[in-house]
Design a protein around this ligand. Sequence first.
Ligand SMILES: [Zn+2]
Length: 74
Amino acid sequence: MKKLLLLTFFCLPLLSMSTGIEKAASMYICTGPKATVYHASKKCRGLNRCSGEVKEISLADAKEMKRRACKICY
Ligand SMILES: [Zn+2]
């Protein structure tokens, strides 16, 4: 029992660290009406066809907007 407690104690900071990184990651989206994906790179060719603006957002925001990961840069 004590061992299990120690294990969770050591794993927790690691878990929060990895989620912290994910939150800080920037994604790029096109604000055009036909855009449905988010991109890992600003230079992705999928963004070249963008009819709106290219905006930098967080991954959490991209998920909230129901965007899928771009097939070209992922
Ligand atoms: Zn892309």
